[in-house]
Design a protein around this ligand. Structure first.
Ligand code: PAP
Length: 336
């Protein structure tokens, strides 16, 4: 079984949502956190359980600010994911679909010079992080936002206005391995190493960023069954297996279906190529650049494959995870 050989990041290079000092944390947030269950984090010292899911200190603050201040518009589109389930890919595809009339020239496309995370901002991790009050007045309609927030935590206006939500998840084995690698890249030296065994144990207990993984997925699965016109439920593995089918589905759901003429011109293939792992990960901006929130862009591109977890997890670990998944999803109609 492989262990991480990735060098530690310095604490200064941590994105804001992982800062642990109390300086920028509001009184309200500190007060709330003192009453929340807490446990050990993978990257930071502590995670806090808010509304049934685990967050870092600054995430709790971002979530609270967002719940209080964010006002959705009917035309807004939300991309929701469990961490490491293909968020970067989904952002690229949705951005390219929705903005294809604004950027008809693929050779001058914003995705060639900006990381998808800078084009589709996270609500709680970027816009509202640290109690920031973002100026959203210049955003063109439809506004595209993303979040890892569980359904229960979404700001009321998103639910009240019945905004469209695209939810993407990935099988828990590959999600866990991707999250473990990502955590290794971000973790400061001061809190030491996390073994894969430790990460596995915590993930299985539900103790991971925005975990329990299964509860997060089930909430949105349920919503997609109850209101399919409002919540589109996607799986990373299914997009990998049939990219064209799912890109078309995504475009239709978002309200931007491909016309016959666009189909004939090969637009579906062009967008898929632009957003592919190979194209995005080889761009200068994604090899050398950093996000405005501090992470290296390259941290979001590793293998981009289905099944890499078998290179890390023992057969016993895989079986254990599969049993948890089966038990959690029993009767839901959902499986991986
Ligand atoms: P986030 O939730 O922190 O934003 P996210 O983009 O979901 O991260 O996770 C990165 C994973 O998506 C990586 O998976 P891996 O660790 O198993 O390799 C990354 O390689 C993969 N990924 C990024 N871009 C693409 C893409 N264009 N196509 C397919 N997979 C991708």
């Amino acid at each position: 079984m492989a262990t991480s050989l990735i060098p530690f990041a310095s604490p200064n290079s941590l994105p804001k949502y992982l800062h642990e000092d109390q300086d920028g944390v509001s009184q309200e947030c500190r007060h709330l956190m003192s009453s929340l269950p807490r446990d050990k984090g993978w990257v930071v010292k502590h995670l806090f359980k808010y509304q049934g899911f685990w967050h870092t200190t600054r995430q709790v603050q971002g979530v609270l600010a967002c719940q209080k201040l964010f006002q959705a518009q009917e035309t807004d589109l939300f991309l929701v994911t469990t961490p490491k389930s293909g968020t970067t890919w989904l952002k690229a595809m949705a951005f390219a679909i929705v903005n294809r009339n604004r950027y008809p020239r693929i050779d001058h496309h914003p995705l060639l010079s900006s990381n998808p995370h800078d084009l589709v901002p996270f609500l709680e991790l970027k816009l509202y992080v640290d109690n920031n009050v973002p100026d959203l007045t210049n955003l063109v309609s439809p506004r595209l936002f993303s979040t890892h927030m569980p359904y229960i935590t979404l700001p009321d206006s998103i639910k009240d206005l019945e905004c469209k939500i695209v939810y993407l998840c990935r099988n828990p084995r590959d999600t866990l391995i991707s999250l473990w690698h990502f955590s290794n890249k971000l973790r400061p030296k001061t809190i030491g190493n996390i073994s894969l065994e430790d990460a596995f144990e915590r993930f299985c207990k539900g103790l991971s960023l925005y975990g329990p993984f299964w509860d997060h997925v089930l909430e949105y699965w349920q919503q997609s069954l109850e209101r399919p016109e409002r919540v589109l439920f996607l799986k990373y593995e299914e997009i990998k297996a049939e990219p064209k089918v799912h890109l078309r589905r995504l475009a239709e759901f978002l309200g931007y279906p491909f016309s016959l003429e666009e189909e004939k011109l090969g637009m579906v293939d062009e967008i898929l190529k632009l957003c592919s792992f190979d194209s995005l990960s080889n761009l200068e901006v994604n090899r050398m650049g950093k996000l405005s929130t501090g992470e290296d862009n390259k941290a979001f591109f590793r293998r981009g494959e289905v099944g890499d977890s078998t290179n890390y997890l023992t057969p016993e670990m895989i079986e254990h995870l599969d049993v948890i998944t089966e038990n959690k999803f029993i009767g839901s109609g959902l499986e991986f």
